[in-house]
Structure formats: structure tokens, C-alpha cells
Design a protein around this ligand. Structure first.
Ligand code: FDA
Length: 391
């Protein structure tokens, strides 16, 4: 039975960062990956270009039952540290918007960099290696398809539940449950909303249209693109809001966040009393959206003949379109999983389970979920690095 200082389960973003860090500190490291390839989510991320970090990453860009938990790891391995690594590997990158850094070429540049760092640390990586049995002990015992191993430190880096076809499993959560660790209920996040059937049919003709809007869910508000889909709504602003959504709660969208509709209409009424609202709105909204909105809510009469109540109703529907999503598209398309191993069970400095010395949870399996825009990878790098320094 081969013995390692550290066995890491899951060769994704957090697992590879942890492996490289521990290996370069002289630890004997084995990474066990059940899929045929490592880092699949890195390769598919950011539309194939990997939005690998964000210049503005900070605790305010994360959701967790404990909003302070991520602070220590993020402060000790920052976006600037990861960027320095990217630059050391001469990977060309650019800022797309709002601090989001993407590869100029392909996401495989980032995966290649992590694998090179693992090689520099003498890390052994085994793919197509499923875990058959696991005993959390001193040392830990890991029985796999490729033999049995023991380890002083065991790191669970198996990620969240999103995109099962890419190899996502509930391994980490099931292990936590078996050990009696508290779990924050997992659910899909950064995920498109679906609409109730009637509303979906009403808006079907808008499918494919995107516009800038402000989406509000509870106290959270995001101003970015909204995309009408066959199922409902997507686009960055909707994905961001979905992380704050709980079933049954309403979502409000301001389709004209830069405009005071009542003021604009009052001015247009004076100058162009024969203009129809749907035509006025095409100055501010895609034509089909303007027409559909007015067809549903405003009498088809010139502005001069619309009552104050008509105009107030139109303004209300455009500035505060409120609906209750039927649900979300679920893990099949969710970018991340919200919830996970309760941070109260872990040391914020090392990610070690307080009740199980030598057992660590890192990355998305932990109840720390980032906003869209590179924050989730920065959490994977930071938590992986924190544990890599500790094991
Ligand atoms: P990750 O999922 O990367 O790795 C887990 C690994 O564990 C996988 O290799 C998996 O196969 C393996 N595994 C699972 N169960 C196992 C088991 N039982 N035994 C052995 N191995 C097992 N974030 C961001 O910041 N910028 C972006 O551009 C994107 N883009 C993006 C696009 C899409 C389509 C998705 C789905 C997600 C993103 N993300 C993102 C989110 C980002 O990919 C995610 O937050 C990180 O990959 C999480 O890193 P982890 O290492 O925790 O899990």
C-alpha cells in the first residue's frame, strides 16, 4: 500500500492548485481524479477562454452562511498572486470588463500552467481512478480502482454538483454527511430562470433578444445584460440574481434603468401627440420588446390619447416588471452550486475540518459561492493554496 503525505480527491481548479503548492513545499502528493481528463471545467470556462480571476475580487463578491469565512484565504492568496503566476508562465490575457481577466488564447493555457506547476512539485496525478472506499483516520485510507493508498492529509476537492455530464458528483457532500458535518443545502446558482408556461408562451417571440437591465432579487441588484430564452431568462444579470433566489420569491426587472419613462412620455406627448408609445420606446428598447410590452399593457392609441393611469401602468411594467420564476434550469446548466460544507466545520485559515484533523475541504464543495466574473476561480485558487501551505 503506497503512502503519501497528501492525497487530493478531484483534479479541478482547487485540487490542482493545492497539489502544486504542497508538492513545491516538498510534500509527496497524489491527486485522484475519477474522470478521464483533469480540469474539465477549467477548459470549458469563460466560453473556452477561462475568466481566471477578477481584479476586484473581495469578500463582498461571495455568498456564504458566514460572510467572513473566505476573507483569510482570499487575503493570503490574492488575484495579484494568481496574475503573477499567469505572467510568469507568459500567458497572454486581457481584461474584458469590470476586472474580469480572460486568456487571449484558450483556457488550456491555465490548465497547462497548473499541470506544469504540479510537475515542478513532483505531484502524481491518476485519472480514471474512482474512490471505492475511504476511511478518515490517522493515516487516512483510500481504496481506489488503481489500488489502495494511505495519507497523512486528505483533501476533498471534488467541486459542486453543476454539469453532471462533466464529471460533477456529490462525493464531497456525501462524505461530509457521513462524517456528521453540517451542510448548507446545495442548490444551483448562476443559472437561468424558467418562467411559468403562460408567461413563457407570451414571451416566446423575444427569445434570443438581449438588453441591458437591472435585475433585483431581495436586496441584491445587478445591472448587466438580460437575455430572453425559450425557457425564460438568462444573461449575466439574471445569472447573478439567481444565486440569491429561493423558490417562490419574486424577481423585479427594470427594463429601462437609465430612463424616467413618465418624464420621457410627458415630453413626447407635448411634442409628438400622435406618436404611439411602442414607437417611442424603440428609441430605448429592441423593437420587438417594445411592441410586445405595449401590446400587453397599453391601449394602442397615440400618446395624446393615453390616460395618466395608462402611462403609470406602462411605467410600472417597464421599470418594475415583477414575476415569480417557475424555477431554474437546474444543475444541467448552472455554473456553480450554492451551499456545501458548512464553513463552521472548517478552519478559515487552512480549510481543515475542526473535528477531523488531517481532513480538508476546498473549492466549490465548501459553502462559498462567488459572483459571476472570475471570483469562483479565485476562491478555488485561494482555498487550494491555503490548504497546500498547511498540509
Ligand atoms: P472543479 O469542478 O473544477 O473540480 C472538481 C474535480 O473533482 C473534477 O475534475 C471532477 O471530475 C472531480 N471529481 C468529482 N467527483 C469525484 C470523485 N468522486 N472522485 C474523483 N474525482 C472527482 N468560474 C470562474 O471563476 N470563471 C469562469 O469563467 C467560469 N466559467 C464556468 C463555466 C461553466 C460552464 C461552469 C460549469 C463553471 C464555470 N465557472 C467559472 C465555475 C468554476 O468552474 C468552478 O467554480 C471551479 O471549477 C470550482 O473548482 P473546484 O476545483 O472546486 O471544482
Amino acid at each position: 500500500m503506497a503512502h503519501y503525505d497528501v492525497v487530493i480527491i478531484g483534479a479541478g481548479a482547487a485540487g490542482l492548485m493545492c497539489a502544486a503548492t504542497a508538492g513545491q513545499r516538498g510534500r509527496r502528493v497524489l491527486v485522484v481524479e475519477h474522470a478521464g481528463k483533469v480540469g474539465k471545467k477549467i477548459l470549458m470556462s469563460g466560453g473556452g477562454r477561462c475568466n481566471f480571476t477578477n481584479l476586484h475580487t473581495g469578500p463582498e463578491h461571495f455568498l456564504s452562511a458566514n460572510p467572513h469565512f473566505m476573507k483569510s484565504a482570499l487575503a493570503r492568496y490574492t488575484q495579484w498572486d494568481f496574475l503573477a503566476l499567469v505572467e510568469r508562465h507568459r500567458i497572454p490575457y486581457h481584461e474584458k470588463k469590470a476586472g474580469q481577466l480572460f486568456c487571449d488564447r484558450k483556457a488550456k493555457d491555465i490548465l497547462g500552467m497548473l499541470l506544469e506547476e504540479c510537475r515542478a512539485g513532483g505531484v502524481t496525478i491518476r485519472t480514471k481512478c474512482a474512490v471505492r472506499d475511504l476511511t478518515v483516520d490517522s493515516p487516512h485510507r483510500i481504496a481506489t480502482d488503481l489500488g489502495e493508498f494511505t495519507a497523512d492529509s486528505l483533501v476533498i476537492a471534488t467541486g459542486g454538483l453543476s454539469i453532471p455530464r462533466m464529471g460533477a458528483t456529490a462525493f464531497g457532500l456525501e462524505l461530509a454527511e457521513r462524517l456528521g458535518l453540517a451542510i448548507q443545502r446545495p442548490r444551483p446558482a448562476l443559472v437561468p430562470f424558467t418562467l411559468p408556461r403562460g408567461q413563457r408562451e407570451e414571451l416566446a417571440e423575444l427569445s434570443g433578444i438581449s438588453l441591458e437591465a437591472e435585475v433585483r432579487c431581495g436586496d441584491a441588484a445587478f445591472r448587466e445584460a438580460v437575455l430572453f430564452t425559450h425557457q425564460g431568462l438568462s444573461g449575466p444579470a439574471v445569472l447573478q440574481a439567481s444565486s440569491y433566489w429561493t423558490p417562490g420569491t419574486p424577481v423585479t426587472i427594470d427594463l429601462l434603468p437609465d430612463l424616467d419613462l413618465e418624464e420621457t412620455v410627458a415630453a413626447a406627448r407635448r411634442n409628438h401627440p400622435n406618436l404611439h408609445l411602442k414607437n417611442l420606446l424603440t428609441d430605448f428598447l429592441p423593437r420587438r420588446v417594445a411592441q410586445r410590452w405595449c401590446a400587453q399593457r397599453v391601449p394602442d392609441r397615440p400618446l395624446g390619447q393615453l390616460s395618466r393611469a395608462d402611462l403609470q401602468r406602462a411605467a410600472e411594467h417597464l421599470h418594475r416588471w415583477t414575476f415569480t420564476p417557475a424555477g431554474t434550469e437546474g444543475y444541467a446548466t448552472a455554473e456553480v452550486t450554492r451551499g456545501g460544507v458548512d464553513t463552521g466545520e472548517l478552519s478559515s485559515r487552512t480549510m481543515e475540518a475542526k473535528r477531523y484533523p488531517g481532513l480538508y475541504f476546498i473549492g466549490e464543495v465548501v459553502d462559498v459561492t462567488g459572483h459571476l466574473g472570475g471570483h469562483n476561480f479565485q476562491w478555488a485558487w485561494a482555498s487550494g493554496h491555503a490548504t497546500g501551505e498547511a498540509v
